[in-house]
Design a protein around this ligand. Structure first.
Ligand code: ADP
Length: 630
């Protein structure tokens, strides 16, 4: 029989599995059982919508058996099964969108992350088995096939015999090595404990042949002790899905294990919410807030949604209507007896029950996030680092419809201690007469800190919020104000922290220099205004903007594919207390050409400080050298 090669990505993954030093090898069983359960789910679901499929819910089961002599562990299900083509595509390739990532694997830690991240399920069998056989018969078909592989160099598919539909996975367990005792996976007590640990919540019975040896009943007192071995079939999982169990009987570890397995995440979630609601409609939900964004979270591929059950029976894998976009990171299951089983997607969407549940869930998530922010700030920061952006989009999208709900979930780095702060905390700390919430934008905190306007605001005792997301400023525009305080960019033109006197003095200086500035402006037409300022401490110049569009926003907008050429109306501000101001005043109107050269260089400097490109670098370089050579 000709061996077929695995696809490149699968090969890499397989290699990873076979040579894995992953300490958690035992998870292979959970992965295979989980696949079996999914396969039964599929058949079960089909039978609900297709009258031709006649299966009895009571017959569904996953059966485990061991043969110590042959060193095999078999996992058998009566689910949907796989056709020959499906064996080929499902087991010969990893059809995961993230599989490209495997190309970058090298260090061990990263590999483990990948194992978890993509839930590479089936291949994990190769961590403990030297040979894997999968015999499968698709429901409704008469032919069965066997997929077989002993590892990296390929697999074969041949026709096989199998009585009934479903799948049988036969693992030939590796021989024991110095580091690893593989034989334990052939012991029923070990298997039993693994099922209890990882697969207890599976909703179909997981059965196993278990042998017990015990003392035989004696006919007469004087009889010798005699032992007998009885073999029985036992159901080893508790069958009640975790969300239907009493909260007090579920440990944090149970909750977390369920999450990791169900949602293919290798990291423990930050919070779980186990909700039993009895209002207009009854529902149970188990929701999780992950500790990081899924790898494809900000891509189009990401599908939000909660798993939907009706009385313990899966009716939809990802019900998007249960989650608003801004909470799309939440994972979990919802189970309600008020939902009918055979509802199609269309009727679902309009379902009043679903709407009510969705609203209730939204409130619960919001409260949970607020609690986390209040009680576990570090966790919240971790969460916000990855997912905060989505909350910001939530404020900005839909014309700000949801801003009131979300504004208290925002956190920013504060200029006071470079720790995070909420808007409420900021306002509570404000000076009595302060009317505005000040912020500054830039690529990184370090860059923002160096902005001259930020230095000067801090000098004057004002707290500044450091904003590093491009969307931040749009968020503030959407919010307009918070607790009646306006949001003000310290780099905007109207920001000044001067006293009345200082203002008066500055006004005079600017009036006197008006003609000079007009001459300078001729050489830098992009600039709408030039003026002296008091807001710069040591820096010679800065760039600010007039009107709605700030310099930072111009940068963002120019990066957008459909940028409409919107530009900030720029103001070149020159530090009145800097040597350069004196030099300019001295030059006055008399030397037009030199004045204009200075203007060009000063404008270029201001652009550099703002992180904007200098558009005429050669000219500027020559000018600087000209000054230096003087
Ligand atoms: P995942 O379960 O994450 O999709 P796996 O590598 O574990 O990835 O399995 C690949 C695919 O093989 C599954 O998506 C499923 O279509 C199929 N499969 C695996 N085990 C079974 C089974 N016992 N019955 C039917 N199909 C199965």
């Amino acid at each position: 029989m000709k061996k077929k090669e695995f696809k490149t990505e699968s090969k890499k993954l397989m290699d990873l599995m076979i040579n894995s030093i992953y300490t958690n090898k035992e998870i292979f069983l959970r992965e295979i059982i989980s696949n079996a359960s999914d396969a039964i789910d599929k058949l079960h679901y089909m039978s609900l919508t297709d009258k031709k499929i006649k299966v009895n819910k009571k017959d569904f089961e996953i059966f485990l058996s061991v043969d110590k002599d042959k060193r095999t562990l078999t996992i058998k299900d009566n689910g949907i099964g796989m056709s020959k083509e499906e064996l080929e595509t499902n087991l010969g390739t990893i059809a995961k969108s993230g599989s490209e990532e495997f190309k970058t694997e090298n260090e061990h830690k990263k590999n483990i992350d990948i194992i978890g991240q993509f839930g590479v399920g089936f291949y994990s069998a190769f961590m403990v088995a030297e040979k894997v056989e999968v015999i499968s018969k698709k429901y409704g078909s008469d032919e069965a096939n066997k997929w077989e592989s002993s590892g990296i160099d390929g697999y074969t598919i041949s026709s096989a015999d199998k009585d009934s539909f479903g799948t049988e996975v036969i693992l030939t367990i590796k021989p024991d090595s110095e580091e690893e005792n593989y034989s334990k996976y052939l012991e029923t007590y070990e298997i039993e404990s693994l099922v209890r640990k990882y697969s207890d919540y599976i909703t179909y019975p997981i059965k196993m042949e278990v042998s017990h040896t015990h003392l035989k009943d004696k006919k007469n007192e004087s009889d010798e002790d005699e032992y007998e071995t009885v073999t029985e079939i036992e159901v080893i999982n508790s069958l009640t899905p975790i969300w239907r169990r009493e909260k007090k009987n579920v440990s944090d570890e149970d909750y977390n294990t369920f999450y990791k397995d169900k949602f293919n995440d290798y990291e423990t979630p930050l919070r779980h919410m186990h909700i039993k609601a009895e209002g207009t409609f009854e529902y149970t939900a188990l929701l999780y807030i992950p500790s990081h964004a899924p790898y494809d979270y900000y891509s189009k591929e990401y599908e939000k949604g909660l798993q939907l059950y009706s009385n313990g029976v899966l009716i939809m894998e990802k019900c998007a209507d249960l989650l608003p976009d801004y909470f799309s990171f939440v994972k979990g299951v919802v189970d309600s007896p008020d939902l009918t089983l055979n509802i199609s997607r269309e009727t679902l969407q309009q379902n009043r029950v679903l709407k009510t549940i969705a609203n209730s869930i939204e409130n619960k998530i919001k409260k949970e996030l607020e609690t986390m922010l209040e009680e576990k700030k570090e966790d919240y920061e971790k969460f916000f680092k990855d997912i905060g952006l989505q909350l910001k989009y939530g404020i900005y999208n839909d014309f700000g419809m949801h801003k009131d709900k979300l504004q208290d979930l925002l956190i920013y780095t504060s200029s006071i201690d470079e720790k995070t702060t909420t808007l409420k905390e900021y306002v509570n700390r404000m000076k009595e007469d302060q009317k505005n919430i000040y912020y500054a934008c830039g690529e990184t905190i370090d860059k923002i800190k160096m902005l001259p306007q930020v230095e000067s605001a801090k000098e004057k005792g004002y707290e500044v919020l450091y904003c590093t997301d491009q969307v931040d400023e749009f968020v503030f525009m959407t919010l307009r104000n918070y607790l009646e305080k306006n949001f003000v960019n310290v780099c905007g033109e109207n920001t000044d922290f001067d006293t009345e006197e200082e203002k008066e003095e500055l006004k005079k200086a600017n009036e006197e220099a008006k003609e000079m500035f007009d001459i300078m402006k001729e050489s830098i037409p992009e600039v709408t205004e030039i003026r002296f300022t008091n807001k710069l401490k040591e820096h010679p110049v800065c760039l600010s903007s007039k009107g709605e569009i700030s310099v930072e926003m111009e940068k963002t907008l120019s990066n957008m594919p459909l940028n409409n050429g919107l530009k900030a109306s720029k103001v070149l501000e020159i530090n009145q207390n800097h040597e350069i101001a004196k030099t300019l005043k001295k030059l006055g109107k008399k030397n037009k050409e030199e004045l204009q050269d200075y203007a060009k260089v000063l404008y270029a400097e201001a652009r550099m400080i703002e992180g904007l490109p200098v558009e005429n670098p050669t000219e500027i370089a020559s000018l600087v050298c000209k000054f230096m050579a003087k």
